[in-house]
Design a protein around this ligand. Structure first.
Ligand SMILES: [Zn+2]
Length: 207
């Protein structure tokens, strides 16, 4: 069991690809905080309206009441007075979320931020690199590769069954028909991706 910081707040980041159970883990942690008698709140970006605007719902069906916010300052305002604050799909907020979370932690809140570490191109997603860097605790969850059944760390975006073009829109919250969890070996970069991939990957014949 982890030793929790004494006398102050802290940041926990739960990351991974789609279908890795991030929301499930967020809900589990916030539920436990509630059971422990803490004031707990879950915030999610307005963009994530997959299932239910008033709740955060995991792919596996776990559900917890949530409020929506459009900006980091709104997250900060909504979270005032709460002991434990869960932020789902944190990668969709602009970079102001870094300072907003920092401020909440400084005021003594435990913040649990869940989000995609990589976008569908396999590139770091939004503010996630910084949040992962400054967090006290980090958990990277794996999904199951849709192709080979191995541990999946990447999100494959498909458009009409083919890998999405590299230049496609980053933000699109979808379901099984347009996104798959893939391992690195089964991940198919979209068109034009080779020009930005590390030379070592290209030379190794993996792309
Ligand atoms: Zn695979």
């Amino acid at each position: 069991m982890r030793t929790q910081p004494k006398g102050g707040g802290w940041l926990e980041v739960v990351c991974g690809p789609m279908f890795s159970g991030k929301s499930e883990e967020l809900i589990r942690r916030l539920r436990r905080a509630e059971i422990a008698g803490q004031r707990a709140l879950v915030v999610k970006p307005v963009i994530d309206d997959r299932y239910d605007v008033g709740h955060v719902v995991s792919h596996a069906g776990a559900k917890m009441r949530a409020v929506t916010a459009t900006t980091p300052s709104e997250v900060q305002r909504l979270a005032q007075g709460y002991d434990a604050v869960g932020i789902d799909e944190v990668q969709f907020f602009d970079e102001g979320i870094i300072d907003a979370i920092d401020e909440l932690v400084r005021r003594g809140a435990r913040v649990v931020a869940a989000g995609l570490a990589q976008d569908f191109r396999g590139l770091p997603f939004g503010s996630m690199p910084t949040l992962l860097c400054v967090a006290e605790f980090v958990d990277k969850l794996e999904a199951v590769c849709h192709r080979c059944g191995g541990p999946a760390t990447m999100t494959q975006r498909l458009v009409d069954g083919s890998p999405a073009p590299f230049e496609g829109e980053t933000i699109q919250v979808g379901a099984l028909d347009s996104y798959e969890a893939r391992c690195r070996a089964c991940f198919e970069p979209g068109e034009d991706a080779s020009r930005v991939l590390p030379v070592t990957l290209i030379h190794s014949g993996r792309v």
